[in-house]
Design a protein around this ligand. Structure first.
Ligand code: ADP
Ligand code: MG
Length: 371
């Protein structure tokens, strides 16, 4: 089923809106990961789609039909909450069957369907158990079963793994993702975890301060972020104060001048390069040389912190490259990977992103510019 939102807005109290005119078409039968920092309006957006919060303005459309004023239980939308919101005094089976009762399904049919969906999430043997004795992962599967029991055509999940500790979360991620992919429902999965969003989503929707900042395939958003904020939010990004020459042909970095990327506009800019877009090369191929400040072995790569003059840069080198206390490391920039953003005079780069607990190690280190 096709899900579309148009101009969806909500303000709770005085101050800035929680959600400000969000419009988006969620691809049918695909998983969209809705990613953004805390308080960026992800949950509010989801609640309005589900019919659990009233928008101040805008519409929710299911297969083109306006359901903005249709009550939640008549929307064909299943939802898994951050807290799971299971009923502690009911058994697993009763929890799963509960939503069917409010939708007017008869008793025998409720039990049959609850059993069936518990099998799907591999909880078939747990029907008679009280939910409060279950592990976090088991509760999460019950919550998913409950959302699926009435065969919704849209599935919404609000940070379904965030209540779990980091280790368990990593274990369950792959399992949950394979369930979700197999379901092939139009799914909106809210998370503030970049690694989760990149790995899961067929589509990535990045929210910031109540608005959609960018959407697209995960690789596209990662490689071609629309703003310095998105660049930094999705992973480590070197943001170098640079400028494009008046004729638009040269990109002048503090430590090298190279040909400007196609379409770069003349004037001040940020030149964005991810650590993996910088390579240690032979001296003849180098764009500049850098001095090593520190090296961190991450397994697949070693992340070097280097200085090109006064500019600090992160660089991912091969994990078997032998590096001593080198003062002159020849470095090449992968030209095609450089992204240029217009920059105002005196503009500061977005604050380094603080990774959520349990996020992949690759997000842990961020560069700073030393002035
Ligand atoms: P996210 O899920 O991205 O963390 P939310 O949609 O929960 O963001 O919140 C967006 C903004 O709206 C935040 O500033 C939050 O404090 C506010 N907000 C959310 N729910 C309520 C509520 N029920 N009452 C008042 N303010 C709320
Ligand atoms: Mg939230």
């Amino acid at each position: 089923m096709k899900l579309e939102v148009r101009g969806l807005s909500k303000t709770y109290g005085p101050g800035r809106p929680a959600v400000a005119s969000v419009s988006h078409v969620f691809p049918e039968g695909r998983i969209s990961a809705l990613l953004g920092p805390s308080a960026s309006g992800k949950s509010t957006t989801l609640w309005m789609i589900a019919g659990l919060a009233d928008p101040d303005a805008g519409q929710v459309l299911l297969d083109g039909r306006d359901v903005t004023n249709v009550p939640a239980e008549k929307r064909d939308i299943g939802m898994v909450f951050q807290s799971y919101a299971l009923f502690p005094h009911l058994t697993v089976l009763e929890n799963v069957a509960f939503g069917l009762r409010t939708r007017g399904v008869g008793k025998a049919e409720r039990v049959a369907r609850a059993r069936e969906v518990l099998e799907t999430v591999r909880m078939g043997d747990f029907g008679g158990r009280p939910v409060d004795g279950l592990s976090g992962g088991e509760q999460q599967r019950v919550a998913l079963a409950r959302a699926l029991a009435f065969r919704p055509r849209i599935l919404l999940l609000d940070e379904p793994l965030s209540a779990l500790d980091a280790k368990l979360r990593e274990d369950l991620r792959a399992e949950l993702f394979s369930f979700l992919r197999a379901l092939a429902l139009t799914t909106v999965y809210v998370t503030h975890d970049q690694a989760e969003a990149l790995a899961l989503g067929d589509e990535l929707v990045v929210m910031r301060e109540g608005r959609i900042e960018q959407s697209g395939r995960p690789a596209e958003v990662y490689h071609r972020p629309a703003s310095p904020f998105v660049a930094r939010f999705l992973g480590a990004a070197n943001l170098v104060e640079a400028d494009v020459s008046a004729r638009g042909d040269a990109l002048r970095l503090p430590f090298a001048t190279i040909e400007a990327p196609d379409g770069a506009e003349a004037g001040l800019c940020w030149a964005m390069l991810r650590p993996e877009d910088l390579e240690v090369v032979g001296p003849a191929e180098a764009d500049f040389t850098a001095a090593l400040a520190s090296a961190q072995f991450l397994g697949p790569v070693q992340r070097l912190r280097v200085f090109a003059g006064r500019q600090e840069l992160l660089l991912d080198a091969a994990n078997d490259l032998a590096i001593g206390d080198e003062a002159r490391i020849p470095v090449r920039m992968k030209r095609e990977k450089i992204v240029v953003f217009a920059r105002g005079e005196g503009e500061k780069p977005p604050a380094p992103f603080v990774p959520p607990p349990g996020a992949a190690a690759v997000f842990d280190v961020f560069p700073r510019t030393v002035n």
